[in-house]
Design a protein around this ligand. Sequence first.
Ligand SMILES: NC(=O)c1ccc[n+]([C@@H]2O[C@H](COP(=O)([O-])OP(=O)(O)OC[C@H]3O[C@@H](n4cnc5c(N)ncnc54)[C@H](OP(=O)(O)O)[C@@H]3O)[C@@H](O)[C@H]2O)c1
Length: 349
Amino acid sequence: MKLALLLVGFGHVARRFVALLDEMRPALASLDIDPVVVGITTLTHGSAFEAAGLDAVQAAQRRAEGDAIGPVAASLSTLECLRRLDSQSIETRVLVETTTLDIQSGEPAVSHVADALARGVHVITANKGPVAFRYRGLKELADAHGVSFLFEGAVMDGIPIFNLVRETLPGATIRGFRGVVNSTTNHILTALEQGEPFDRALARMQADGVAEADPTLDILGWDAAAKTAALANVLLDAGTTPRLVAREGIGPATAGLVRAARASGKRLKLVGRASRGPSGVDAAVELVQLDPFDPLGSLDGQGNALELDTWPLGRIVITQRDGGMEKTAYALFADLVTVARRVSSGWRA
Ligand SMILES: NC(=O)c1ccc[n+]([C@@H]2O[C@H](COP(=O)([O-])OP(=O)(O)OC[C@H]3O[C@@H](n4cnc5c(N)ncnc54)[C@H](OP(=O)(O)O)[C@@H]3O)[C@@H](O)[C@H]2O)c1
């Protein structure tokens, strides 16, 4: 099956995704999936559209060397590329959304996703924005147009959370969850336990490309709040946004709290949690002292973990020991395979 892909955003994740598609051609062929990248748009590095297919691997190489995708002055907008996608001869069309997130609004991704779904285009994304800010509305739009809206890479890179629940827990109830979902803050908290200064630990996360471009999004708890909102919206139908999630963060003064926790045999962790209560879903990101043998308390460095409180299976913990770009690219790959499988099985939302 041929799939026409429009890549909106062509940064680190999208370029790694393109390379992964190339590396995984044999696996794709065995699944009878033939993705064709027909369009690429960026904010400041031009765009390109070619109905017969672009050489996306070469475009990624050129972009990594600092070149633009196409003429910047006459750059095609994402909307224009979506219009061109309408007249594509390939029937199954997929928008791959990996733009930068505005934590206050979820844009521009929310609009990109809504525009695509309303045109009957499937969406796969690693962007937290759409699911953290507008999940309910976008899911309804996807269902109304009989297309998929998938976002496995948005919360724990490639670790299957949404797939796990959707595919392997039929009929189960998710009562709540708690998780360490931000690598930068967990790394800093671990470093503070070892007596390292806050600024040095943060600088290392920035140098390694793990911290967000604006690191205050990590340390003030915004990234964790966006992930908590995304999880709460999908797993608990919370209809919330990151701004409605009660939020704590960390700073140089957190070192004192870390030492106090250690003195009482505990570890300080930044935990995102949500649960159903009598008056709706209660969601928060907070600094908590945990037992070192707790699945979240035992996490070191950049480790992440999520504990789901389910019925009837009880508590299920999934741990991510090696996060990163390649895993996020794989989440997009897995979502793409899901789209293809759904289409070939005649699935309707
Ligand atoms: N990096 C990770 O490990 C990771 C992990 C999980 C999730 N994510 C999420 O994945 C997304 C992409 O991350 P990244 O690291 O690839 O970011 P990035 O390297 O900063 O790339 C972002 C891309 O989006 C483009 N863009 C921004 N606004 C746009 C607009 N209005 N229209 C079209 N293109 C636009 C940028 O264009 P220019 O090239 O012109 O700037 C750039 O190509 C983010 O939402 C991030 O939170 C990332």
